[in-house]
Structures are given as C-alpha cells and as structure tokens.
Design a protein around this ligand. Structure first.
Ligand code: ADP
Length: 268
C-alpha cells in the first residue's frame, strides 16, 4: 500500500508538538496507473492501423495505380484497417457508456430461446463460413431473464464471436441454459484453442489478449470481454470461465432469476 505522510506542527501546543498524518493513497495511485495504461493502450491501438493506412496510401500516391492487382491489394488492406479503427472507436464508446452507466436499460422479461435465435442470426454465418457447428441446448421449461434485451444480446454476441474466432474449422460451439440455485446459468462452450491458466484472471481486462498477434489477425481488439463483464455486473450477475488449452473454453454467466427491482422497473 502507498501512504502519504504529512507532519503538521501543533501551534496550540506550547511544547511545539506535531501530528503525523498518514493518508492511504493506494486506490488513487491504482486509478492513475490504470488510466495512464488505458491511454497508452488506446494510443497504441489507434496508431497501428493509422500507420498502416498512411503507409499504403503514400505508396499508392508515389507509385501510382498502374498495377490494378497491387492497387486492389493495398486498397483491401486500407479497408480492413479502417474497419478496425471504426470497431475500436465503437467498442470504446460502448464500454465508456456502460462503465459510466449512461446506457438506459430497457428492463424487461427476456425469453432465452428468442434471445439466442436473435444472436445466432448475427453470428451464424461466420460459424458456417468456418464450418463450425453451433448447438443450442435448453430445458423445455426455462424462466425468462430480466434485463435489457439489447445488452444481453451484446453479451452473447461477444461470447459467441470469440468462441467461433478461437475455434478451428470443424469444431463446435454449444449455447446452453439451466436453472441453478435461484440463478439462471448461460454457458457458451467451444472446442477451441483454450486459454492458459495464467491468463484466465486477466482476460476481462480492457485490451488484454492472450496472443496479441493472433487475436489482432482475427480482428480482436481486447474489449469484448470487458464489455461482457460490465453488462453482466450491471444486471446483478457474474461471469465465470473454465478452459483447457487445446481442448476448449466454457464461459458461464449467472444471472439472478428474480430481481424485484428489475421486475418493478419492467412493470412500470
Ligand atoms: P478480443 O477482441 O481480442 O477477442 P476479448 O476481450 O473478447 O478480446 O478477449 C480477450 C482475450 O481472451 C482474447 O484475445 C483471447 O486471447 C482470449 N479469449 C476470449 N475468448 C476465448 C475463447 N473462447 N477461446 C480462447 N481464447 C479466448
């Protein structure tokens, strides 16, 4: 822990005594350090695509566009990097809105099968392209969730997107739901590359990626799980992860089954 030490003279004392004041500034230091790490990370993430875009635009300007194949290749890279920048800015804005709780939650009952159908409509084609089989596994009677349907869809999209991204072609991804001790449990399990044990505690940090190069190649920025964590926290739930390298990963979300405040809001 870090303490600020201040020695203040005691004027009222004829003996000329003094008091020693100790203030615990650990929290503030940690916040400052996190903020400066965040700024450094954002700057790096902005600079990398910008350097690449600038390089290819300058090359095209200097060498001309006579070679259509090379021009197309360069324009393709510029388009990919531009998309990456847009994604980064969008995810940063999403995260800051969620962190500052500026997002107006539309609390309502959310039926899980309908939510999963909606999410599969977004992620399904990506899975098909990679020949990844997506299975959904629900009990016949499942209570609804309470929460913001768009936010909960975002959580599942981020988890499924990762599961598909980090699973080699031919693998499978399973979404399942169950009721456990007054909680609704949602699992997203994959047969992918897995996450090393030493990385597990860090994957929910902003910008943390197990293998930066591989994640970047796959379009990853490192904000997806930070967004998941904040949304689930905002819904009074928690996220757990279990993984075996080379075998696969299971992300589990636990949400309260009955949330009276949420229910009141949903009714109002
Ligand atoms: P990214 O945009 O890089 O995917 P995330 O915040 O979504 O960022 O995930 C952080 C890191 O956790 C990823 O870079 C990846 O290394 C790891 N990860 C997340 N989900 C999985 C998964 N299903 N299988 C293997 N690794 C994963």
């Amino acid at each position: 822990r870090i303490f600020h030490l201040r020695i203040a003279p005691l004027n009222s004392s004829s003996q000329g005594g003094a008091v020693v004041l100790l203030r615990d500034v650990t929290e503030r230091r940690n916040m400052e350090q996190m903020r400066s790490e965040f700024v450094a990370n954002v700057s790096h993430e902005l600079r990398t695509p910008l350097t690449s875009i600038r390089g290819f635009v300058e090359t095209l300007l200097e060498s001309g566009t006579d070679d259509p194949e090379m021009t197309r290749h360069f324009l393709g890279i510029i388009a990919t990097e531009t998309r990456r920048l847009s994604k980064l800015v969008e995810e940063l804005l999403d995260l800051s809105k969620i962190e500052e709780r500026r997002v107006v939650h539309r609390w309502q009952r959310v039926e899980i099968p309908a939510l999963v159908d909606r999410v599969l409509a977004v992620c399904g084609s990506h899975a098909e392209e990679k020949q990844i089989n997506i299975k959904a596994n629900f009990p016949s009677r499942l209570p609804p969730l309470f929460g913001d349907p768009d936010m909960l869809a975002q959580v599942l999209i981020n988890l499924l997107d990762n599961a598909i991204k980090y699973t080699p072609p031919g693998g499978s991804v399973t979404v399942s739901a169950s009721v456990e001790n007054d909680e609704i449990r949602l699992d997203v399990a994959d047969t992918g590359v897995g996450i090393p044990a030493e990385s597990l505690p860090r994957i929910f940090e902003r910008f943390y990626r197990v293998e930066k190069a591989r994640s970047r190649e796959l379009g990853g920025i490192g904000l997806g799980l930070a967004i998941v964590k904040h949304i689930i926290k905002g819904h009074g739930g928690r996220v757990d992860v279990k993984s075996t390298v080379g075998k696969g990963t299971v992300f589990s979300i636990f949400l309260p089954m009955d949330n009276p405040t949420v229910e009141n809001n949903a009714r109002s």
